[in-house]
Design a protein around this ligand. Structure first.
Ligand code: ADP
Length: 946
């Protein structure tokens, strides 16, 4: 039974999991039914109706030659588009089959310069053997999901087919994965068998990313198959030499290669090199922090106002991509950073050379992308000309560096990276082959120049001779036969012809054969003309064929050198990015940071790199070090607290991107991560529970930050009731100070927190000064030591004109409250259990002991203060719980048996009661008892010492 065209379409559509199918029908690609509606909507095409077997279907189409831009537009909007081509069947009929699927992550011809990543993600732990089967989903349901608590290793591969970049790593778990995905912002994410059933993962990806989620054959993620794919692509030794020993990483890499191959776009060959990186090479920047610091776009999603936009002076697309990479993936390797800084330093001081380099780079084409196009076969002669000309810049750049002040700096090393001889040979090869200004299409001829190939030269000569005969024919005929109004021309249907004006058409010689009559003229041919036409066509065809062959061979040779072309591209991009940093440093008077391995961040006259561009910025100092690792920043709203803190984070980040920094002087101890939490109003608008989000972010920081991290907290606990908020902020401060020990800046409007500096040794207060006169506030933007002199709330009441007696009274009430030492500070040991004195809002008095037991008020207050002191002292040393606090001998005469059971002892008793003896191994029991003993003896020091 013959099926209609729509039925054929629908059948093909059912075969593919692509979102849209474009099916060739003669000279058009057609979309039917839902696809027609979708395409019409997205691309503004007209929908008509097509009837088939009694039904009517929407139909939309684009001409064959115009598919590419439509495809690109659809795919860039996130759709996966299958393309079915038509072919002739043996019986002379037509059939169609899907020849490729274009997906967001494998689209070669993109409309912008940004990197375009395909990400494959696979959870470690899901067993290969079962990868293809249903077991995978069962596994997710059984709690193996990556997004659930606990760290599972995750393999990730990021492939950019437009540049051939292929990065592979193994991550520690969910938070790292999320940060990494956010950083690369892939156009398409292909999750492995477990993750594709992990709702939390899928939802997070949808929330964080604009990219498309695609499902792919689970088998491709199986380790055997994946390892094979990696070896196939990069060679057995390469896979080993880059240390791809992580099973999840290999699986992700293999699946990425298989996916790229499967889409049939022919871009696999652009992956010339596999780069394995370790998460530990880079400064950890979670997704929230990348957003908060507005590295590549503002919180509103605009590029204007971002750090990248503020400092980007790159002149090439590849340089721009690289600079973005440097900012979003700051490094931890001090040597590498110093090298980058050396280069920036040298370039910043060499204005003329820098100008020359920039001018040269302005003519550079995107070699990384061009290389990918040669390997996929889509490169035309113009692309090769661009490669030729850009390779030609290399020696000129070398000239601009050698024999200048830059010659023995890392700038010269950058240019020495690629194989310069190889690049020269390739360029010469291209110079010898390509015509100066070749046409865009490959089939037109004129791609190659004379002297490249003798056979081609001969054909060109014959072609030209034949053309010459025809070109001069009109003149000859006029003269020979005394005709006026004669032209010789050619068109598709008639071929070559002699056209004679109607007025003289009767005078043509007898051997003219008429082929067509037009309104004002007649067309003729002669045997001689037909013969010459044949010769022209024959030679033309032979020439085009040979030229195309020669050109393809040439393109193939360039494709074989894709890695070299990519190398040169990388070198130019690096030079561009370095020059950009230098230009900014020189023009904005930035300074080279001194990188150290100590835990410090000391900034003299620092500025905010973005704000300083639009504001008359007041520089500020900052000092964080071993003795002063935690700053509580207070000051009224809009005084500049968050600018001050972001500035610190950005200076840290810039230094670890290898950039100069906006400051007079900066000593920057390298960090392993930068974590921020910033109260964002936008989240309310997004309908997310702000407080929940706030707590999730806080939780992530407390879990992830280390003593080598920088933590920026801009208000914590604001999203809940005041005392709730203070309690959380207070406890978080203690934890960060005592346990995490990260360098921290904490802006808060809870004035109560400023008292923490009395209790926690490394906490210091700073405030942003304001000048108040007659109710007018002038923001001084200057950060000074010490807390603000009054609570923000009372301050606002005063500003708002609340009567003076009320304000004064409020001040005094506040003082009273503070004198009561409402909240203890818990310094000290890692597991120093103390009960907290709880402030009772309704009575304004203290209820000692959170557990409600009846120790006296005074005791509790004394006790807590004392504990804070003890804690402080312990804190100055190493605070491991086993550390020196009392040998058993110390404990012997401690008053553990006194009448009053102290809070610590009570806690220990509780733990003892709760302990499940049957479940606890003896070794653990011993260490538990040891720890209890420590805690009881340590907190039972006599209070009178105070
Ligand atoms: P806060 O966090 O205290 O509410 P912000 O940091 O948001 O205050 O700063 C408020 C405004 O003051 C911003 O518009 C910022 O540009 C400006 N500002 C902050 N610090 C400075 C400074 N050092 N010099 C000049 N302007 C500043």
């Amino acid at each position: 039974m013959p099926t209609g065209i729509v039925e054929e379409f629908l059948e093909l559509k059912a075969e593919t999991d692509a979102d849209v199918l474009a099916m060739q029908c003669g000279d058009f690609y057609e979309f039917f039914a839902d696809d027609a509606e979708l395409v019409a909507d997205e691309l503004d095409l007209t929908v008509s109706q097509k009837s088939s077997h009694g039904s009517s279907y929407p139909m939309a189409g684009v001409p064959l030659t115009e598919l590419t831009p439509y495809l690109r537009a659809l795919v860039e909007r996130g759709y996966r588009v299958a393309v079915a081509d038509q072919y002739e069947t043996d019986d002379g009929g037509h059939a169609r089959e899907i020849v490729r699927v274009v997906t967001p992550g494998t689209l070669l011809e993109t409309s912008d310069d940004d990197a375009r990543y395909l990400a494959t993600v696979v959870a470690g732990g899901d067993d290969d053997g079962r990868a293809g089967g249903e077991a995978a989903s069962g596994e997710a349901a059984s709690g193996e999901a990556v997004s659930s608590e606990g760290a599972h290793p995750v393999g990730v591969a990021f492939a950019d087919v437009t540049t051939g970049r292929f990065l592979v790593t193994e991550l520690d778990g969910w938070a790292d994965l999320r940060a990494e995905l956010y950083r690369f912002d892939p156009a398409e994410v292909v999750p492995g068998p477990t993750l594709r059933n992990d709702d939390a993962f899928l939802e997070a990806v949808r929330e964080d990313l604009t990219g498309t989620l695609s499902v792919f054959d689970a088998e491709a993620f199986a380790s055997g198959r994946a390892a094979h794919a990696v070896r196939d692509q990069f060679g057995a030794s390469i896979a080993d030499s880059v240390g791809l020993d992580s099973a999840p990483a290999t699986r992700a890499a293999g699946a990425a290669l298989a996916y790229v191959d499967e889409t049939g776009a022919g871009v696999l060959a652009s992956m010339t090199r596999l780069t394995r990186y370790a998460a530990a090479d880079h400064v950890e920047l979670d997704a929230t922090t990348q957003r908060n610091l507005e590295l590549t776009e503002t919180m509103r999603g605009e590029t204007t106002g971002s750090l990248l936009e503020a400092i980007d002076h790159t002149v090439t697309a590849a340089g721009g991509r690289l600079l973005r990479e440097w900012l979003t993936r700051p490094k931890r390797d001090r040597e590498a950073l110093e090298r980058r800084l050396d280069a920036v330093d040298a370039l910043a001081g060499a204005t003329l050379e820098r100008d020359r380099i920039t001018t040269l780079l302005e003519d550079a084409y995107d070699l990384e992308r061009l290389a990918a196009r040669t390997t996929s076969g889509s490169a035309g002669a113009r692309a090769l000309v661009s490669i030729r000309d850009t390779l030609g810049l290399l020696p000129e750049l070398v000239d601009a560096v050698e024999e200048t002040s830059l010659s023995s700096t890392p700038v010269a090393d950058v240019l020495a990276q690629p194989d310069r001889d190889g690049a020269r040979a390739l360029r010469e090869d291209l110079e010898d082959a390509l015509a100066d200004d070749p046409p865009k299409t490959k089939t037109e001829g004129g791609l190659l120049c004379r002297g490249y190939d003798p056979e081609l030269d001969e054909l060109i000569e014959r072609h030209e001779a034949a053309r010459e005969w025809i070109d001069t024919l009109a003149e000859r005929e006029k003269r020979a036969h005394g005709l006026s109004h004669v032209t010789v021309d050619r068109n598709k249907t008639d071929g070559y012809y002699i056209q004679v004006g109607k007025s003289v058409a009767d005078e043509v010689p007898a051997h003219y054969r008429e082929i067509k009559t037009l309104k004002n003229s007649k067309r003729f041919v002669t045997d001689e003309l037909v013969e010459h036409e044949r010769e022209v066509l024959r030679v033309e065809e032979a020439r085009a064929e040979l030229e195309y062959e020669l050109f393809e061979a040439l393109r193939e040779r360039v494709a074989e050198s894709a890695a070299l072309v990519q190398d040169v591209g990388r070198a130019l991009a690096t030079l561009d990015a370095l020059t950009s940093l230098a230009t900014h440093a020189a023009s904005e008077d930035w300074t080279r940071p001194t990188l150290t391995d100590t835990r410090e961040l000391a900034i003299t006259a620092g500025r905010h790199p973005v704000v300083e561009q639009t504001t008359d910025f007041v520089p500020n100092d900052l000092r964080l070090d071993a003795d002063r690792g935690f700053l509580i920043v207070t000051g009224p709203n809009m005084s500049g607290k968050s600018t001050y803190m972001r500035q610190a984070a950005l200076i840290q980040l810039l230094a670890q991107a290898g950039s100069f920094v906006p400051a007079r002087e900066a000593h920057v101890g390298l960090v392993d991560g930068i974590y921020t939490r910033v109260g964002a109003l936008d989240e309310l608008a997004q309908g997310r529970s702000t407080f929940m989000v706030e707590m999730q972010e806080l939780s992530n920081i407390l879990h992830s930050a280390t003593a080598d991290s920088l933590v920026i907290l801009d208000e914590v606990g604001r999203g809940t009731a005041t005392y709730d908020g203070i309690a959380i902020a207070w406890a978080a401060t203690e934890y960060l100070h005592n346990e995490v020990r990260a360098r921290t800046l904490f802006a808060t409007h809870y004035h109560e927190l400023t008292t923490l500096s009395d209790h926690l040794s490394r906490v210091a207060n700073v405030h942003v000064a304001v000048d108040e006169r007659d109710g007018d506030v002038t923001f001084l933007r200057t950060v000074r030591d010490g807390p603000t002199n009054r609570s923000y709330g009372v301050h606002v009441a005063d500003l708002a004109g609340v009567p003076a007696p009320v304000v004064d009274r409020a001040d005094r009430v506040l003082d009273r409250l503070r004198e009561e030492k409402a909240i203890e500070a818990r310094g000290g040991t890692a597991d120093g259990e103390t009960t907290q004195a709880v402030f009772d809002l309704s009575t304004g008095a203290f209820d000692a002991g959170g557990d409600g037991s009846g120790a006296g008020d005074g005791d509790a207050t004394n006790g807590t203060t004392e504990e804070a002191r003890t804690g402080d002292d312990a804190d100055d040393g190493d605070d491991s719980p086993a550390d020196g606090d009392g040998s058993p001998a110390d404990g012997d005469d401690s008053p553990t048996g006194s009448d009053v059971v102290g809070p610590a002892a009570r806690a220990v008793l509780e733990e003892l009661t709760d302990l499940d003896l049957a479940e606890t191994p003896p070794v653990e029991l011993v260490s538990l008892v040891d720890a209890w003993q420590d805690r009881v003896t340590e907190t039972a020091e006599p209070p009178q010492e105070r």
